[in-house]
Design a protein around this ligand. Structure first.
Ligand code: XLS
Ligand code: NI
Ligand code: NI
Length: 439
């Protein structure tokens, strides 16, 4: 283990009553819950951009955090030192995966060829650290949104030269992801959307986005990259309207262009809330459509209304999310990537550790509560009773396709006072609370 965070020791599990901010209270990596160790349920990952690169800068001011590697002026040396820091950080937290954008790991150089050389050098270095530590790559991706060339979008740019540049960037990022043994590759359409329809040919932009993704699937096959391809929905920010708005929009897009067998979905909690949904809702839709691929674990500040990417601390939301993950039979080969950054005033290095600990603890608690809820089955039993009318009589005939409108009219004329019973929402919420508060 390195010594860029000399004051932090390996984080230990100390049990729910520990007052030590640098200890786990709920996450005990090897504890068996619902048949497997906690760490296998989650496959927690560190986000390179928010953890290693983020400085706390915002629209109104420059960064507040200076990390140990920021003092190194040479860009490639700094990138390698940052990689040392990243692996020390993950080892101390017991995190076994990471995720990165091409531009997080090595900064852009004056030309594409030089940038690629830099990437090769730093990724080679990271690859050695992976071998040494056993830490793995959950997913790679390409940053197609920060550089000014992407002002009009990448695959949906009005400028075909930019489309080509974006393709070159994804080609390189996917090749590196394969070389580093990555098990997923993510497409978040950073600027794939529009600001005003007055200057936008939406029909061409969407066709081009599909062409781009099709080429990506072909290239993956060509190079033998067998990882899962993921699309990450987000409704807005940075553009006013992003095409991959939410799970239903992505599903409709994939089906329209015949791409539905090639992609699954990487769901981020804060993107769900930006779209006006709960995280639970988006996870549920993805699961029942068989496309729940991976998770970007974070939480939005609902009073601010943008992608605040807070660390997740809401145990109730985590419990509902874990219900979906368990019902999905797990999330592998996906995982839980902390797409979250510390608040601007939380600028000290130990804040990074504390933030990851609370995120991991929140999901660990959610997992335990969800596992218990499913084991006892009170909610499942309620739901199955609620729909019992479809298991016999007229309901069964509807489900089996044995009746049409005329049969149903005849039935309704005979039974013209349907009787309903309560949906019991408050009772069900109380049940969730009972499991959450009395383990
Ligand atoms: C930004 C996205 C981004 C993706 C990866 O809002 O969440 O971080 O996860 O490009
Ligand atoms: Ni994300
Ligand atoms: Ni986000």
């Amino acid at each position: 283990m390195g010594d860029l965070f000399p004051d932090i020791k390996k984080i230990q599990y100390e049990g729910p009553l520990s007052k030590n901010p640098l200890a786990f209270r709920e996450y005990d990596a090897d504890e068996i819950v619902a048949g497997k160790p906690m760490k296998e349920h989650f496959r927690f990952a560190m986000s390179w951009w928010h953890t290693i690169c983020a400085s706390g800068s915002d629209m109104f001011g420059s960064g507040t955090a200076i990390r140990p590697w920021d003092r190194e002026p040479h860009p490639v040396k700094r990138a390698k030192l940052a990689a040392d820091g990243a692996f020390e950080f993950m080892q101390k937290l017991g995190i076994e995966y990471f995720c990165f954008h091409d531009r997080d790991i090595a900064p852009e150089a004056p030309t594409l060829a030089e940038t690629n050389e830099r990437l090769d050098e730093v990724c080679g270095y990271v690859g050695d650290l992976m071998k040494k530590t056993g830490i793995k790559l959950l997913w790679g991706t390409a940053n197609l949104f920060s550089h000014p060339r992407y002002m009009h979008g990448a695959a949906t740019s009005c400028n075909a030269d930019v489309f080509a540049y974006a393709a070159a960037q994804v080609k390189k990022a996917m090749t590196l992801t394969r070389d580093m043994g990555g098990v997923n590759y993510v497409f978040w359409g950073g600027r794939e959307g529009y600001e005003t329809l007055l200057n936008t040919n939406m029909s061409l932009e969407l066709d081009n986005l599909a062409r781009f993704l099709k080429m990506a699937t072909e290239y993956a096959k060509e190079i033998g990259f067998t990882g899962q391809l993921l699309i990450e929905p987000k409704p807005k920010e940075p553009t006013k309207h992003q095409y991959d708005y939410d799970v239903p929009a992505v599903l409709a897009f994939l089906r329209k262009y015949g791409l539905e067998n090639d992609f699954k979905i990487n769901l981020e909690a804060n993107h769900a809330t930006l779209a006006g949904h709960t995280f639970h809702h988006e996870l549920h839709i993805a699961r029942i459509n068989g496309v729940l691929g991976s998770i970007d674990a974070n939480q939005g500040d609902l009073f601010l209304g943008w992608d605040t990417d807070n660390f997740p601390t809401d145990v109730n939301a985590a419990t509902l999310a874990m219900l979906e993950v368990l019902k999905n039979g797990g999330i592998a080969p996906g995982g839980f990537n902390f797409d979250a950054h510390v608040r601007r005033p939380s600028f000290q290095d130990d804040d990074l550790f504390i933030a990851y600990i609370v995120g991991m603890d929140t999901f660990a608690k959610g997992l335990k509560v969800a596992a218990k809820l499913l084991e006892e089955g009170e909610i499942e039993e309620f739901v199955s009773k609620r729909y019992a009318s479809y298991s016999a009589g007229i309901g069964k005939k509807i489900v089996d396709g044995q009746v049409g409108f005329s049969d149903l009219e005849a039935y309704a004329l005979r039974n013209d006072q349907p009787r309903n019973v309560s949906g019991r929402q408050e009772m069900l919420e109380a049940i969730v609370n009972r499991y959450m508060l009395n383990p």
